[in-house]
Design a protein around this ligand. Structure first.
Ligand code: HEC
Length: 282
């Protein structure tokens, strides 16, 4: 019995509680004052919140914009600073380059100047060396000349003191030196009389008389040269004048005289005297 009662009480309590919860919204909606008041308050609160949100948003946006602007300014500042730094580096580089170029140009100019100076010095040294060499040569020559002059002076003295010993040596030397100077060299004489040799020999008669015969008839080269110079007339010819045999052949020699002697002298190949000396050379 008690159990049933307890259950009933409990059920009743539960039901009563359920009623309260179900009834509560009913009370709220049914009463106008109770429902209207909270709606109004919500309506006024809503714009305020929106405003606040908008304001917040605007503030946030402003802050963000400011931040962005500040960041931009900072970035610009950095960029500007960097640009300035880069410009400075570039300017320094350019300045360094210019300095390097100037240094290189200076070095090149100095090198060129040094080279020029060296070349000038070398030329001056060379000229000085050449001058010194020329002076030395002149001095040597003067010394040699002096020595030779001294020798000449000494030689006769030595010769006088020791006649027997010195005589055989200087004698042949003097003869050898005097011979070509006094008479025409055989070589030159042979050259001048080369074409004459077709008809003339030194020691024997050929087509023409031996040159020894000519030498005997004229006596000297000057006498022969004079006859040639005067035109070599048959009457003036010494050999032909003394020997009829040669006089008959005078025409032959007249032709040779014109061709081999007169013409050549007129050309300046040799003089009558030189040719006469050649005839008298041996
Ligand atoms: C083609 C031959 C021939 C040739 C070359 C010749 N002679 Fe003669 N020569 C004669 C004959 C021939 C005589 C003799 C006739 C005479 O005496 O005129 C002669 C005579 C002479 C005479 C003596 C002249 C006199 O009668 O006194 C002399 C000097 C002479 N010749 C010199 C020369 C000389 C120098 C040459 C060279 C440049 C030369 N002859 C070339 C043929 C020649």
């Amino acid at each position: 019995m008690n159990k049933h009662i307890l259950w009933v009480i409990a059920l009743a309590f539960l039901v009563s509680c359920q009623d309260k919860t179900v009834q509560q919204p009913d009370v709220n909606t049914s009463s106008e004052s109770a429902t209207k008041a909270p709606v109004a308050s919500v309506a006024t609160e809503k714009p305020a919140a929106a405003d606040k949100a908008a304001a917040d948003k605007a503030a946030a946006e402003k802050a963000a914009a400011e931040k962005a602007a500040a960041e931009k300014v900072a970035a610009d500042k950095v960029a500007a600073a960097e640009k300035v730094a880069a410009d400075k580096v570039a300017a320094d580089k350019a300045a360094d380059k210019a300095a390097d170029k100037a240094a290189a140009e200076k070095a090149a100019a100095e090198k060129a100047a040094a080279e020029k100076a060296a070349a000038e010095k070398a030329a001056a040294d060379k000229a000085a060396a050449e001058k010194a060499a020329a002076e030395k040569a002149a001095a040597d020559k003067a010394a040699a000349d002096k020595a030779a002059a001294n020798k000449k002076v000494v030689a006769p003295l030595v010769q006088g003191k020791q006649p027997i010993k010195s005589e055989p040596n200087p004698a042949p030397v003097d003869n050898m030196q005097l011979k070509p100077a006094a008479a025409m060299s055989l070589e030159k004489a042979n050259m001048l009389t080369k074409k004459c040799k077709a008809c003339h020999a030194t020691d024997k008669d050929k087509v023409g008389p031996a040159f020894k015969k000519v030498q005997a008839a004229y006596g000297s080269a000057d006498a022969l040269a004079a006859v040639w110079e005067s035109g070599f007339a048959v009457e003036s010819r010494k050999v032909a004048a003394s020997d009829a045999k040669w006089k008959k052949k005078a025409k032959t020699m007249t032709g040779q005289y014109k061709k081999l002697i007169k013409k050549q002298v007129e050309k300046g190949k040799f003089t009558y005297k030189e040719l006469a000396e050649a005839v008298f050379a041996k």
